[in-house]
Design a protein around this ligand. Structure first.
Ligand code: AP5
Ligand code: ZN
Length: 214
């Protein structure tokens, strides 16, 4: 399985990528997660990326392309990958095509998860992630059974992402429309686009994705 998940911030790319990873045994590669880890570790790359991330702007293409080139070279990608949050600009998509052609592993499908723009803000402001195990919750749609306590590991730090505030969210949605949405046409032209409705229960969205990829 060699796929890209496309969709606006909050459309459910991360949520569904984890389900695909569990079902198919291929790694989720999230540029957002890789960048947040670099910021948390205060690496040189993290220091370069932080201001753009805080503002909801895209991090420079050469930084993320370099990160992906390195990640795709690791041994766990021989059976494929699920790219989540990359590519996000035409330059990134072209660089990815070049990289995968060099590896002799062309992309199979770009899967677009479609969600009404009006529903995205609540998904993002309500998102919480367990700092201990990474399990994701949403205070509006899928809260933990006990307020503030992770169902999976019992952790009590359910963190709110720094860029999940209304001002940054609004910019992230604008950036998506201007810089990332053109990739829908890019992959459609290549005959690689598939799309699913991203509204409704998580398992129903997942079933639609499995059908679209079959
Ligand atoms: P990134 O981490 O990629 O954030 P994003 O694209 O804004 O996507 P999100 O993680 O916010 O949303 P998602 O679609 O994964 O939704 P999720 O499953 O979490 O990027 C962050 C920043 O890093 C960028 O702004 C940029 O600065 C930088 N960056 C990253 N990649 C880059 C690149 N390639 N180039 C340049 N810069 C880059 O779900 C959201 C919430 O909704 C959760 O609470 C979830 O529980 C809930 N939810 C999910 N599905 C449903 C459902 N069906 N019904 C109800 N609620 C649901
Ligand atoms: Zn947990």
């Amino acid at each position: 399985m060699r796929i890209v998940l496309l969709g606006a911030p909050g459309s459910g790319k991360g949520t569904q990528a984890k389900k695909l990873m569990d079902a198919h045994g291929v790694p989720q590669i999230s540029t957002g997660d890789l960048l947040r880890a670099a910021v948390a570790a205060n690496t040189e790359l993290g220091q370069k990326a932080k201001a753009a991330m805080d503002a909801g702007e895209l991090v420079a293409d050469e930084i993320v392309i370099g990160m992906i080139r390195e990640r795709l070279g690791e041994s766990d990608t021989t059976n494929g990958f699920i790219l989540d949050g990359f590519p996000r600009s035409t330059a990134q998509a072209e660089a990815l095509d070049t990289m995968l052609n060099e590896l002799g592993q062309p992309l199979q499908t770009a899967l677009l998860i479609k969600v009404e723009f009006g529903n995205l803000v609540k998904r993002l402001t309500g998102r919480r992630t367990c700092s201990a195990c990474g399990q994701m919750y949403n205070v509006y749609f899928s809260p933990p059974q006990t307020d503030g306590v992770c169902d999976r590991c019992g952790g009590t730090d359910l963190a709110h992402r720094a860029d999940d505030n209304e001002e940054t969210i609004s910019n992230r949605l604008n950036v998506y429309q201007q810089q990332t949405e053109p990739l829908v046409a890019y992959y459609d032209t290549q005959g690689k686009l598939a799309s699913v409705e991203g509204e409704g229960p998580l398992d129903e969205v997942f079933a639609r994705i499995e059908t679209a990829l079959a």
